[in-house]
Write a protein that binds this ligand. Sequence first.
Ligand SMILES: Nc1ncnc2c1ncn2[C@@H]1O[C@H](COP(=O)(O)OP(=O)(O)OP(=O)(O)O)[C@@H](O)[C@H]1O
Ligand SMILES: [Mg+2]
Length: 299
Amino acid sequence: MNAIEIKNLTKNFGEKQAVAGLDMTVPMGSIYGFIGENGSGKSTTEKMICGLIPKSGGSITLYGRDNRDRDVRASVGVLIEAPGCFPGLTVFDNMMLEAKNLDIPDAESAVINTLKLVRMEGAAGNKYKNCSLGMKQRVGIAMALLGDPTLLVLDEPLNGLDADGMRIMREVFLDIVKDKKRTILVSSHLLGELQKVATHYGIIRHGRMIREMTAEELDADCRTYVALKTADIKRAKELLLIKYLRVEVDEEEYIRVYDSVSPEEIVSYLYDMGICVTEIMTDKIGLEEYYIDLMKEGK
Ligand SMILES: Nc1ncnc2c1ncn2[C@@H]1O[C@H](COP(=O)(O)OP(=O)(O)OP(=O)(O)O)[C@@H](O)[C@H]1O
Ligand SMILES: [Mg+2]
């Protein structure tokens, strides 16, 4: 059974169709990275999944049941935009308030366990307003986790985090899905970061799903290339273009040759032409470049 199954979902805001016949399948236990340019319909889709706004058409099933069923709704935790916290209260008190609102039995131990899960147990006594952005994001996730939802919907939780905040968030995600009982749907523009944790991807454009794939499929689809450095980039590129079809210089001034070719062949060819290669390696494109290529194809 899938955590989320969406068929032909639509959402109109007056004349504007924000979601235009979207299909989506999120397997249980996955960390599903939801990707798309600004305004492509990610947040709108997420809000419909959580029942925060009504859909215009199509169907959304969560664990095989209509997402509007009361019990099903209770199994979804959501963080879209900022969590509703009282700035002057401590993290712990905010969590306790929410736990009591949700009628959670043994609220205190539920709060403590949830704060542990998001690595916030040491900061439980901090006032919410004094928390860093990374901490606030984690408090938001902790709030969403109260009530023990099986599906977490997180809209851009990685925004504004520094390297350490990003690392902690990755660990938290992996912990949340560790026993495969929970599923995370996470939207983000930080594709490099997303790629470090996502098990599945969905790429949306103009309100439609244009590609869904597993991390393994992405890996298999990502083109490999040979990257090299040399003192005379311009001349080396010209020479390589005589022999190879696709040659590009990346932002770190590596020349990339995308044709399936061995590094040895390139080194010896350039050497014969009087060019010395100072560094060479093989690599493959990441999610970010895959996504950029895909967007170019569609234009
Ligand atoms: N309440 C609303 N009323 C009218 N139009 C809306 C409303 N909410 C969203 N839209 C429009 O729907 C489209 C999709 O918006 P949405 O917020 O879902 O995009 P997104 O993929 O989340 O973008 P971003 O990456 O910028 O967060 C946009 O054109 C947006 O302007
Ligand atoms: Mg959005």
